[in-house]
Design a protein around this ligand. Structure first.
Ligand code: CS2
Ligand code: MG
Length: 402
């Protein structure tokens, strides 16, 4: 089998997605996700202008050699654009491999290790009352694990809480919006939120929270201690993740489990976090961490240190990544939990797929390969629009982390 063609499909059914389609001389094709929210065309160009010409004529079964060729052969290694481009190729090749062998990708990753993939939903509200209502709604939908975010008194807008009735998940078309932030108000508010959630919904539901990179180590240590009575499943992204040893200080002060990794893109970005056991869940995902070939190595390395996976799964990752994440989550032993933000109906129409949700778990389906496709004709009716993630400033205007 040989690769005879490879091309990028950029579409925007409500938000931008970059999809790679690799075609073979036997009529089988594979799909890969190369979406990098807010910088999509950088990945599209990296693939179209630099990578795809190198694929023509290669054997699509050679996933390891092609991964190494794209990683080492670029000379300039790592980074979100490079690793998203490599991920798109890698995911498409695993899709081809599964289709050619007539088996779902999870069987190429070790086969089923569990019946279903535990997922968590996003509940939010402009205030605690609204957030409680949304938690109740997601419990009724059957979720067993729920991330809870709420507006903060005194802060006009915050991460994870929509300011309209549309589902929350930037990027917004037009130039970056700007928000103002108060860590002090946030640290006072979050323990009150989770005290109310636990009082209303009890101990059974797994509760998660995303700090979204906005604390210092000592602030995160304080929040972790304040949240201990509410026994969170995890406190996510307490810090920006560049300084891995910053997580050590959090660990000295609190037993609240820590998750991080969605903005990381190679094992080297998390090697200390994992080997020093400064985190409990690694959130790196297929599309931003080099695809199956690299993420399986990361999960296997994490398993040595009691670290489980908790892959990122926001709506700015396409249904191709969602499908792949479910195959991955079904197969690996040290699976922790999978994020699930349902895509819009228009996105699901562009990307028909065999995965589904049922009673708190998701199932990838048994179609050969990834079990996801792209309706190119429909995709072409949703042209790309430049969009940006927001920019965040402290109350005094200091540029801060969004
Ligand atoms: C968030 C994401 O899902 C999460 O945990 O951190 O919504 C993140 O803000 C977006 O993926 C950024 O594009
Ligand atoms: Mg997050």
């Amino acid at each position: 089998m040989k690769i005879v063609n490879a091309r990028i499909i950029v579409c925007s059914p409500g938000r931008n997605f970059v999809t790679l389609k690799i075609e073979t001389d036997e009529g089988i094709y594979g799909l890969g996700d190369g979406t990098l929210n807010g910088r999509e065309l950088a990945v599209a160009s990296y693939l179209t202008d630099h990578v795809l010409p190198c694929l023509i004529g290669r054997d699509p079964f050679q996933t390891e050699d092609i991964w190494q060729y794209l990683y080492r052969g670029a000379y300039w290694r790592r980074g979100p654009v490079t690793m998203a481009a490599i991920a798109a190729v890698d995911m498409a090749l695993w899709d081809i491999k599964g289709k050619a062998l007539g088996t779902p990708v999870y069987n190429l990753l070790g086969g089923r290790s569990r019946d279903g993939v535990l997922v968590y939903a996003h509940a939010h509200g402009a205030d605690i009352e609204e957030a409680l209502d949304d938690v109740g709604k997601h419990l009724e939908m059957g979720y067993l694990a729920i991330r809870v975010q709420s507006g903060i008194p005194g802060v006009a807008s915050t991460y994870g809480v929509p300011t309209s009735n549309r589902p929350y998940e930037p990027a917004e078309r037009g130039l970056p919006s700007e928000s103002r932030w108060s860590t002090e108000d946030y640290l006072r508010h979050v323990p009150k939120l989770f005290e109310r959630v636990r009082n209303q919904f009890g101990e059974q539901v797994a509760l998660l929270h995303d700090c979204h990179h906005r604390l210092t180590p000592i602030e995160a240590a304080r929040l972790g201690k304040d949240l201990e009575p509410f026994r969170l499943f995890w406190m996510e992204d307490p810090l920006p993740a560049e300084l891995q040893e910053g997580f050590a200080l959090i660990r000295q002060h609190t037993t609240t489990p820590i998750a991080t990794g969605e903005v990381l893109n190679s094992i080297w970005d998390a090697q200390e976090l994992i080997s020093c056991q400064w985190i409990d869940y690694i959130r790196m995902t297929l599309v931003h961490s080099g695809g199956f070939t690299h993420l399986k190595k990361i999960a296997d390395y994490a398993a040595l240190y009691h670290v489980r996976t908790g892959c990122h799964g926001a709506t700015d990752l396409s249904p191709v990544t969602m499908a792949g994440a479910l195959h991955f989550g079904l197969a690996i032993n040290n699976f922790g939990i999978q994020e699930h933000m349902p895509h819009t109906a228009e996105t699901d129409l562009v990307f028909p797929h065999s995965y589904h949700f049922e009673a708190g778990y998701m199932y990838p389906g048994d179609a050969p390969g990834l079990g996801v496709d792209i309706d190119e004709k429909l995709a072409s009716t949703f042209p790309y629009h430049r969009a940006y993630l927001p920019v965040n400033r402290k109350m005094d205007g200091t540029l801060f982390n969004w």
